[in-house]
Design a protein around this ligand. Structure first.
Ligand code: HAM
Length: 420
């Protein structure tokens, strides 16, 4: 038997693991679309395949994502392509390719779709995973950052998720970051012996990543490491403080996390993550930040930008427990042999007044049809036999309570009975 590729999931109704149930996913996507569009974000659908160089340059050659986790291949023309590991680089490419930096620099985009990283699969971590994300291009200041965090908080509230904290940090501008990189590198070299093998390498390639190493021994070293805020320029520090003040004024609580660095190289200034203790090791529900240099690094004019992406599987793991998945159609129409045409007519009339209907097409005995309605979690069942069709009267049975109500076989009358 051919099975799905390791770390890639089938999202389907009735999935054994509730977080892979389509109904959970539909709720997440519908809520996200509603919230993002209510903030003026427009939906974009960008390619899943891009040139490898795009991510090597944007995300960074030395990051785990690019150096170890990309699905890269050569196409027939000998070009190096890859399955996108994230959405920001593609968004910036499209923004430049369509000349928006010149014609309409301020853009609010949101997207949702699969991303690919060859990580070791575990709960909350997959090789094909979905993100919903947004990019706000062309806005330099604190309001853009505050608005994005407020929007994300709204998304979490709309999904009914409360158990999370918002962690923020600032990487400062390029000179501040370079100064900090040096300070941290020196500190790490002094404590090299206590660091894990990966961190010993990171000292030279990407010292900031030592800060978020999960190993206890590295944690102990990091505990006393110099704080990045001490390296921020006066402007960068004022910006970071103003953002926190503005968020507080809107009642949003955030925590400064001095170990937060993020695993992608394009960030400048603000970085943030929403985390939870409910997901075990994969605690980040979403992450993002400011990336003011990416557009210009790809040849565009200086264009400030801020964005985020959330892991849909992680949202689904949190949401699955809260949703009632046992929700079938409002009416399950069970026709006897020969009654399908009448059933389709009634079903269409009901749908046109907004009632969800499923017509049984199994052609099995009524007993089996009713069993299926029950299994589906249908609210009511309505049997359509010769008597019902001739008299245009039927019995609407509520499956949970077993109550039966006599009704005319008329869409509006049936709908009104449902509403009672
Ligand atoms: P990221 O932190 O790499 O950021 O990913 C964002 C979110 O995607 C994570 O917080 C996590 O929920 C989810 N995620 C990442 N890897 C996996 C995985 N292997 N399995 C399941 N979920 C995963 C970005 O991708 C940036 N593009 C975000 C951004 C947008 N920054 C600015 N704009």
């Amino acid at each position: 038997m051919i099975t799905a590729v390791k770390g890639m999931n089938d999202i389907r109704p009735g999935a054994t693991e509730a977080f892979l149930d389509t109904r959970v996913w539909d709720t997440i996507f519908a809520t996200a679309a509603e919230v993002f569009e209510s903030y003026g974000y427009a939906h974009v659908l960008l390619p899943v395949v891009e040139e490898t160089a795009l991510f090597a340059r944007a995300v960074g050659e030395e990051t785990d994502i690019v150096s170890k986790e990309m699905y890269t291949f050569e196409d027939r023309g000998g070009r190096s392509l890859c399955l996108r590991p994230e959405g920001t680089a593609g968004a910036v490419r499209a923004y430049l390719e369509h000349n928006l930096s010149r014609t309409n620099a301020l853009q609010r985009w949101w997207y949702g779709g699969p991303m690919y990283r060859a990580e070791r699969p575990q709960k909350g971590r997959y090789r094909q995973f979905y993100q919903i994300g947004a990019e706000l291009l062309g806005a330099p200041g604190v309001p853009a950052e505050v608005e994005m965090l407020l929007m994300l908080n709204t998304l979490m509230q709309r999904l009914g998720l409360q158990d999370f904290s918002i962690n923020v940090n600032s990487l400062g501008d390029a000179p501040s970051r370079e100064a900090y990189r040096k300070t941290l590198q020196e500190y790490c070299l002094q404590h090299e012996a206590a660091l894990c093998e990966s961190c010993k390498r990171r000292i030279h390639t990407n010292p900031l990543r030592v800060l978020d190493c999960k190993r206890e021994s590295c944690g102990a070293v990091v505990e006393n490491a110099p704080d990045i805020l001490n390296s921020l320029s006066t402007e960068a520090m004022a910006h970071f403080e103003q953002m926190q003040t503005m968020l507080a004024a809107r009642g949003l609580k955030v925590q400064r996390d001095r170990r937060l660095v993020r695993g992608l190289d394009y960030y400048t200034g603000l970085i943030f993550e929403f985390t939870t203790t409910a997901l075990g090791a994969q605690s980040a529900i979403l992450g993002g930040g400011r990336y003011d240099n990416l557009v210009s690094e790809f040849g565009g004019p200086p264009t400030p930008a801020v964005g985020f992406a959330a892991g849909v599987e992680r949202l689904a793991l949190l949401l699955a427990e809260r949703l009632n998945l046992q929700q079938g159609p409002q009416i399950y129409l069970a026709p006897v042999a020969g009654a399908h045409t009448a059933a389709f007519v009634l079903a269409d009339a009901l749908r046109s007044v907004g009632v969800q209907v499923e017509v049984d097409v199994s052609e099995k005995a009524l007993k089996h049809q009713i069993k299926r309605a029950d299994k589906l979690g249908a609210e009511h069942v309505l049997v359509l036999g010769d008597t019902e069709i001739t008299s245009q009267q039927g019995k609407l049975k509520h499956l949970k309570t077993g109550n039966e109500v006599a009704v005319a076989l008329d869409a509006t009358a049936l709908k009104n009975t449902l509403l009672k």
